[in-house]
Design a protein around this ligand. Sequence first.
Ligand code: PBG
Length: 319
Amino acid sequence: MQVARLRRLRQSANLRDWISQTQLRHKDIILPYFVVEGRNVKKEIQSMPGVYHFSIDNLLKDISEAKGIKSVLLFGIPKTKDEIGTQAYRDNGVAQEATRAIKKKFKKLIVITDVCLCGYTSHGHCGIVKGNRIDNDETLNLLAKIALSHARSGADFVAPSAMMDGQVRAIREALDKNGFQDIGILAYSAKYASNFYGPFREALDSAPQSGDRKSYQMDYRNADEALREIKQDIIEGADIVMVKPALAYLDIIYRAKQKFNVPIAAYNVSGEYSMIKKLAGGDKIREKELALETLTSIRRAGADLIISYFGKEVLKCLE
Ligand code: PBG
């Protein structure tokens, strides 16, 4: 029997590059940003070393340093929070002002805004709290209002992440009714109730004050349900769908890519970032290699777009 000499194609870096199947490109990467009010703020998030709260002036500076950047995802962090997240849909709210400033300075940069309530509500839930439940349908009106205010400020895509049923339809209808037919929706469609969101909740100060998010985010034991969520969002008008988190959910990304013909995004979340940071232990080269392997594997699973806190670092390594 003949030996299959698979090592033949691995002999040199040149050969390995030549036959490599999966490429990360600048356009695949979406950089997430946390924006706060005020000026001259650049404050590192303790559980996410290398990730910052930026005021708008410093946000613009950081974006201009990100080599080959094509798109950003914005999270606004308001000064005050209340029961219904009033600060989320103010036309001069922090996410809205940041969007305006970015679109003014970087005309071609694609700006995506996160549409949710958890960063803006005092209770930290992604919807309106009624007694001990989250009211789905009342939340929809608010999400639509938030999305509209983002559209008015110049966002290219809005990204609903509250996991309320019907949120994509409610937002699509509101956008269309107000002349924003061309604003896209990147839906957080299959978003799991994950333990990997811890550092993000510190960044946004958005951990639920009581209970958890298991009545709206998905149960990690389920896979078919993710496909149902995605299908429903496409029917309701999503242009791009997302699987979140990414690493523990590569099977979902793979299945979504096989089944649907819309672009698939994946969110390499805060806990995945912090985990790798810890593993690298401050060794910059190891960290870069770990980040490249991670993002490439998410891409290999089928993601067309990847949101990652390693984005800026990885952009530097791409040709
Ligand atoms: C909720 C939201 C979450 C993330 C982004 N938007 C998760 C949550 O708190 O339930 C997590 C992102 C990350 O961990 O990096 N609207």
